[in-house]
Design a protein around this ligand. Structure first.
Ligand code: TGC
Ligand code: FAD
Length: 392
């Protein structure tokens, strides 16, 4: 793979909207990605292996629980810093960002928000340092967009719960130490349980043959009469709103992350277009290529503004779930379109692993599907503006 020459586009001087702390956090993540992720990520994706050697570095740049208070091992940062870290990691690879998103927003967040003090003390510091890795089990083989229909269930057996069922498409599952599992009790109410690797009857088979997110490990969670200690239930919130609340945080991070992938594709295509000559001129001198590049930077700039404004509202505590859906949907679609256009600018070279574009393009096929599909987020906006739900 070519040496990483990334230069971040900032067409509207958005750096002026960031504090010194935001820029410091962002620049540290950017430098780490250039140093540690770029040199190894193509090979990891080609081999379909999650690069575990990145775990300590992810912890060091604050990617595990950026906004979790320092008393629990988190970085105690604000929402814009969290977004900027996700942007920089996904500039390297969506799969590495997935690991950080899941750990922060889908594992640490529910323990922090819905867990007991004992659960917070037991798990959060180890998750923040990367000593422990977690995963999040909501999706099932027959319930993806409609998680409320889940059949995974647990029964009260006096001194423990008995968990049965299966989850599918779970990021980090094959090597996670703990799983946040959403399951129904005997009354059909959804609760979150912390299931630990090693509990009898709990297995995590890996999902193979993915053409997307190859540097992220994906697997199933299978529960066959698993005895879960009662103290592993997170008591502070139940119902579908509990997992969906975690998704709000993760979807927000993805709205920023997708910008990173788009910036990398744009930057690569711009450099290539200026260097590559055909018909005796750089291809950047042809109007058709300029149109592609001009539209890319316009869309990236709009996405940056959307994410920044959403970050301000997240910091104020005023961002709605529907506003988060709009940003996730818009920014991921923006990134996937830019990846396709950038790939064309590179001609045949665009399909090789010499450049990051094809990998980003394939990764974004997962990003546009997980955490709520492109269609589902449109329906969430539709519901918000009309008051009428069109899911069923
Ligand atoms: P609905 O009746 O609308 O809502 C049920 C309850 O949930 C509340 N709620 C929310 N709460 C917090 N945040 C949100 N975003 C919320 N959306 C809804 C709602 O108020 C209600 O509460 P209550 O108290 O009245 O019961 O639910 P529904 O069954 O009609 O479904 C709505 C729908 C389709 C929008 C929702 O289920 C949905 O978002 N589906 C998409 C599923 C999804 O996103 N799955 C993601 C799985 S995790 C994943 O992909 C991780 S990838 C990680 C990586 O690698 O980065
Ligand atoms: P389906 O729900 O079957 O949808 C299929 C199609 O139908 C989609 O186009 C969808 O938009 C459309 N559709 C569905 N319902 C409607 C409707 N009402 N109206 C109109 N169109 C509709 N899940 C987890 O819980 N944890 C994870 O860590 C996780 N990681 C993932 C990693 C990867 C690589 C992938 C690919 C997925 C991951 N997921 C995870 C699962 C992901 O969230 C689901 O794939 C996603 O929610 C969609 O569910 P589905 O695949 O079952 O598609």
């Amino acid at each position: 793979m070519k040496a990483d020459q990334f230069q971040a586009p900032d067409y509207y001087n958005l750096d002026e909207l960031l504090s010194d702390e935001h820029k410091m956090v962002r620049d540290a993540a950017r430098a780490w990605v250039k140093r540690e992720v770029s040199p190894i990520i193509e090979e990891a994706a080609q081999k379909a292996e999650f690069p575990k050697q990145l775990i300590n570095g992810l912890a060091d740049i604050g990617a595990f629980g950026p906004y979790i208070p320092e008393e629990y091992g988190g970085a105690g940062l604000d929402q814009i810093s969290y977004g900027l870290i996700m942007q920089e990691i996904e500039r390297g690879d969506s799969g590495v960002r997935s690991t950080a998103s899941v750990q922060s927003s889908l594992v640490m967040y529910p323990i922090f928000k819905y867990g007991t003090e004992e659960q917070k003390k037991k798990y959060l510091p180890k998750l923040a340092s990367g000593e422990m890795i977690g995963c999040f089990g909501l999706t099932e083989p027959d319930h993806g967009s409609n998680p409320g229909g889940m059949t995974t269930n647990f029964k009260d057996k006096g001194d423990h719960y008995l968990l049965n069922g299966a989850k599918m498409w779970i990021s980090n599952a094959p090597f996670a130490d703990i799983a946040i599992v959403w399951a129904k009790n005997e009354e059909g109410r959804i609760h979150g349980l912390i299931v630990e690797r090693g509990m009898e009857g709990f297995t995590t088979p890996e999902t193979h043959n993915k053409w997307s997110l190859r540097a992220s490990a994906t697997g199933e969670l299978v529960f066959n009469e698993v005895k879960v200690p009662k103290e592993n239930l997170m008591p502070e919130k139940s119902g579908l709103g509990a997992p969906l609340g975690c998704l709000d945080s993760a979807r927000y991070g993805i709205a920023w992350g997708a910008i990173g992938a788009a910036m990398d594709c744009y930057d690569t295509a711009l450099r290539y277009a200026k260097e590559r000559e055909q018909f005796g001129k750089p291809i950047a001198s042809f109007q058709l290529q300029q149109k592609k590049l001009a539209e890319m930077i316009t869309e990236i700039t709009k996405a940056q503004l959307l994410a920044w404004r959403l970050g301000v509202m997240r910091n104020e505590g005023t961002a709605t779930s529907a506003q988060i859906s709009m940003a996730k949907r818009n920014n991921v679609a923006m990134a996937i379109n830019i990846a396709r256009e950038a790939r064309q600018i590179l001609g045949g070279m665009g399909i090789t692993g010499e450049y990051s574009i094809m990998r980003h393009s394939m990764n974004l096929e997962s990003v546009i599907t997980y955490e709520g599909t492109h269609d589902i987020h449109l329906l969430i906006t539709g519901l918000d503006i009309t008051g009428i739900q069109a899911f069923q």
